[in-house]
Design a protein around this ligand. Structure first.
Ligand code: PEP
Ligand code: MN
Length: 343
């Protein structure tokens, strides 16, 4: 249930509604808009059955919500969420572009990648330190050493780090070293980890599970938000279908669907969707044209030698070309690319 306050309702009126809700053992989530404040009720609303909300001063109306994801849903929070991280804003006008290798391999490669990306005004550096690989024999990542390498090159370049956490132990370390904690596709329904992500103190990128519906994905985001973290970014990275021509099938419809259902920023990972370099550009352009708030792309200075996901990793030159094209397209979409204002 959502309590919509009258335009310009006063703080005391909002507090009174919240106190009433809390006095029955429920929680509330207050969303203050430029004109209207909306209060989302979290918990068993049958406990409020005898409360005459409409009689409380400042209340305009009550809206019953059937969506299970109250915090994530747009109904209770009509305005887009914008996440501030240093000089970057995710979900606002400027596209969030994150790039870097699949895995952190060594300091030299990460240093070279970060400096070359920074020269292109890219603000977010990706690279996995903990790698949840399909095969136990594949490279599993440098773990904490990888996080230290990321933190060092981030300090050198001023870039912000996005890297994946896979369990209780890694999430605390990732949240310490990184700017954004990524929850990977294979962990999208690891509810314990989602709750930890809600308490980690850093923004979270939640990738879509390999075979998850939008509904399941939004519920997973609700776990994070209801555990105390409002800074969630959804990342579509392709889903499992009968099609084998690409590694996964990029569900481009997820962008407008999510934009309708949630206020959270939505980004696209064309790399894990395509599984092949040749398709990264087309999928990236589709993503921006569909209204995505950004991209996360696997890039390596020598992609053929990348220790993981080489086939889908593009070179830094190829990435620079792609950024030029996205910059052109972003104008039509009334968006900007990082660095556009320096040109
Ligand atoms: C990744 O981004 O490094 C990754 C493993 O992606 P996904 O979880 O989408 O497979
Ligand atoms: Mn990868």
């Amino acid at each position: 249930m959502i309590v919509v306050m009258k335009p310009h309702a006063q703080k005391e009126q909002i507090d009174r509604v919240c106190d009433t809700i809390r006095s029955r053992g429920l929680d509330c989530h207050v969303s203050i808009g430029s004109h209207t404040t909306i209060i989302g009720v979290i918990g068993d609303k049958t406990k409020l059955i005898d409360v005459q909300f409409a009689a409380l001063s400042g209340v305009r109306e009550l809206i019953p919500v059937s969506e299970p994801y109250k915090l994530v849903g747009r109904t209770g929070h009509p305005e887009n969420t914008v996440i501030d991280i240093g000089d970057a804003q995710i979900g606002a006008n400027e596209l969030m572009i994150a790039a870097g290798p699949c895995a952190v391999e060594d300091y030299e490669t990460m240093h070279e990648t970060a400096h070359k990306l920074r020269a292109q005004n890219i603000k977010f550096l990706r690279g996995g330190a903990y790698k949840p690989r399909t095969s136990p024999y594949s490279f599993q990542g440098l773990e904490e050493e990888g996080l230290k390498i990321l933190a060092k090159v981030a300090e050198e370049t001023g870039m912000k780090v996005v890297t994946e956490a896979i369990d209780d132990d890694s999430i605390a370390r990732v949240a310490y070293y990184a700017d954004i904690v990524q929850i990977g596709a294979r962990n999208m329904q690891n509810f314990h980890l989602l709750r930890k992500a809600g308490q980690c103190g850093k923004p979270v990128i939640l990738k879509r599970g390999l075979s998850s519906t939008v509904e399941e994905w939004l519920n997973a985001a609700e776990y994070i938000m209801s555990s105390g973290n409002a800074n969630v970014i959804l990342c579509e990275r392709g889903i499992r279908t009968f099609e084998t021509a690409t590694r996964n099938t990029l569900d481009i419809s997820a962008v407008p669907v999510l934009k309708a259902k949630t206020h959270l920023p939505v980004i696209i990972d064309p790399s894990h969707a395509a599984g092949a370099r040749a398709y990264i550009e087309s999928l990236s352009m589709c993503a921006i044209a569909a209204g995505a708030d950004g991209l996360i792309i696997e890039v390596h200075p020598r992609p053929d030698t990348a220790k993981s996901d080489a086939a889908q990793t593009i070179s830094i030159d190829c990435f620079a070309e792609l950024c030029k094209k996205i910059s052109e397209l972003s104008k039509i979409m009334h968006r900007t690319m990082p660095g556009d204002d320096n040109k």
